[in-house]
Ligand binder design. Structure first.
Ligand code: TEU
Ligand code: CA
Length: 565
């Protein structure tokens, strides 16, 4: 594998609206991000991914862009963005923007021009398709519920939107559109960006005959995902985009790739792949319900371990996935992957260890490093997210009570990750002097940065140690390039793996006990060094290993060991 500058980096996702507000309007801003660069540097972060900060009506929180060349006023100015870039650079950090090019906002000037003249040239920038017998061209349901086709006023055409109706899909078959997108990407890269996180990218390839399929729900519609699954050829667009843009800048790209076809892994993220990396979504896919959030499934430890291990092995010799436990579309990892008895500081440190030391590029989502959790709401009106409101309705339609539907939102809502960052136990968690755009999670009184900053055994302190270990001179090469070897797979409740450096022979063993009972594990080799523990039992571990060749792990205990060669 060719070595690349991003291989040994640690990334952090910022959701700007909820990070830090500095002017009291209740909305996080670029100034807030600039002021926390040192905090992120100290944590050990190299790459910062910003969820969209472009001009937007915020129907889907900035994933609906009305002007790709402007910074949303809510967040600040282009001058402030340039300052952020410069300040990051000073600290050897990279800024990665969100690239949302499957669709734009219905407020985008080209879409407005298309609506004004549904037979004119701009209509072909989007999918403007004639209806059939006065009805939609096909029976697709959008990702956010309801029909994926919207009538074009004063015409017999409909336009396609795979997400909200305010997010019309760009017509990627139109070369003019593609060229405009590439030009825009290069304009940003010229500013000195590190690269892009690429949104919903699989969706850009459509079957332009737009066939209807067998309905998959009572609404007579079929998820538009079906059409994506049935269509080939996205790779041609992705290659063209890469050659025209990222490649020229040696930029880092991480794809949000769902529904990739089998056997395409190397094409996507191999040495000459479409992207530098793509997120590993295999764990979160375990919770998917057949119809929606109302029939989503809890995570089963064994299955979870199995899919993560499979995904790790699959990547060997191919490339690097981006490892996450949460992001702005998902509930908090600590609430989802930890059993109830482990939803505490010990458990959060354990989950951090088994995620950050996997092979791949770790992505930490804001607040994860202090152990932020899902947030209870009392009424659906307290949610903001478009997808949550749709899924709540969907749950009611399926016959759930309001209380049950709310529980689904508690477990699955994207707003769980979007409640503002908890900086202190002061007013609004130190996030804003004004009224936060989305209500705080009330647990900011206990879970916040200030409380953890100087506490030696806090979750935050542990994340700092863990990242420092990953990047330590003596171990970096193994944690980055070392192969992944599952261990103790036949022991229930134990999540264990080795990272093995085939050149130096260095072997690092990571052990974690996700069970309620203690577990004794027989070591295959002597311990050279205990590198990290979440319970501070180095001495006891060394003593037991020396005496019996075993390690007894408490419930929720995790250790990182260097083994003798
Ligand atoms: O997400 C793409 C995607 O497939 C999501 O719609 C996912 O299925 C959904 O969040 C589940 O509720 C990306 C962004 O990450 C997301 O925030 C945007 O809403 C979406 O694209 C549209 O841009
Ligand atoms: Ca603000």
């Amino acid at each position: 594998m060719k070595r690349k500058w991003w291989h040994d980096k640690v990334a952090y996702q910022i959701y700007p609206k909820s990070f830090l507000d500095t002017n009291g309007d209740g909305i996080g801003d670029l100034r807030g991000i600039i002021s926390k660069l040192d905090y992120l540097k100290e944590l050990g972060i190299d790459i910062i991914w910003l969820s969209p900060i472009y001009k937007s009506p915020f129907v889907d929180q900035g994933y609906d862009i009305s002007d790709y060349y402007k910074i949303a006023e809510e967040f600040g100015t282009m001058e402030e963005f340039d300052e952020l870039l410069a300040e990051a650079k000073k600290r050897d950090m990279y800024i990665v923007m969100d690239l949302v090019v499957n669709h734009c906002s219905s407020e985008h000037e080209y879409f407005k021009a298309a609506l004004a003249d549904p037979d004119g040239p701009y209509a072909d920038y989007f999918y403007f398709v004639k209806g059939i017998d006065g009805k939609e061209p096909s029976n697709y349901r959008s990702y956010f519920g309801g029909k994926a086709w919207e009538p074009v006023p004063g015409s017999d055409k409909y336009y396609l939107h795979m997400f909200a109706k305010e997010q019309p899909d760009w017509n990627w078959e139109n070369k003019e559109v593609r060229d405009k997108i590439y030009k825009m990407i290069n304009w940003w890269l010229d500013k000195g960006l590190g690269g892009f996180r690429i949104d919903a990218i699989i969706n850009i390839k459509k079957d332009t005959s737009f066939p209807s399929y067998e309905p998959d729900g009572d609404d007579g519609l079929v998820s538009c995902v079906k059409m994506v699954e049935e269509t080939d050829g996205v790779g041609e667009f992705l290659e063209e985009m890469k050659h025209e843009t990222f490649e020229k800048y040696d930029a880092f790209t991480v794809g949000e790739v769902f529904n990739m076809k089998e056997d395409e892994l190397r094409e996507f993220v191999g040495d000459d792949g479409h992207f530098s990396s793509m997120f590993d979504f295999s764990a979160l896919e375990l919770t998917y319900g057949e119809h929606g959030w109302y029939d989503s499934k809890p995570v089963d430890f064994k299955r979870w371990r199995e899919v993560l291990f499979a995904s790790q092995k699959e990547m060997e010799g191919i490339g690097f996935k981006a490892n996450i436990i949460e992001n702005h579309d998902e509930p908090r990892g600590a609430s989802r992957y930890l059993p109830e008895y482990a939803q505490n500081e010990m458990g959060k440190k354990m989950l951090a260890t088994t995620s950050i030391l996997l092979r791949g590029i770790p992505f930490i989502y804001q607040g994860q490093e202090i152990g932020m959790t899902n947030c209870h709401r009392n009424d659906i009106s307290e949610y903001d997210d478009i997808s949550t409101i749709d899924q709540y309705q969907e749950a009611l339609r399926a016959g759930l009570s309001e209380e049950e539907a709310l529980k689904c939102c508690y477990e699955n809502s994207r707003d769980n990750a979007r409640t503002p960052m908890q900086w202190s136990d002061g007013k609004n968690g130190g996030f804003t002097d004004g009224t936060p755009w989305l209500a705080m999670n009330p647990n900011y009184m206990e879970i916040n940065v200030a409380a953890q900053e100087h506490k030696a055994d806090s979750v935050l302190a542990y994340y700092r140690k863990l990242i420092a270990l990953r990047k330590a001179k003596e171990y970096k090469d193994t944690f980055t390039y070392g192969i992944f070897k599952p261990k103790y797979e036949n022991v229930d409740d134990i999540f264990a793996f080795e990272r093995v450096n085939e050149e130096s022979g260095q072997k690092l063993l990571i052990l974690a006990n996700f069970g309620t009972e203690e577990h004794t594990i027989t070591l295959e080799q002597r311990i050279a060094k205990v590198l990290l523990t979440n319970e501070g039992r180095q001495e006891a571990i060394n003593a037991e290993a020396a005496l019996n060749g075993t390690i007894t792990l408490d419930s929720c205990e995790t250790v990182v060991l260097e083994l003798e060669k």
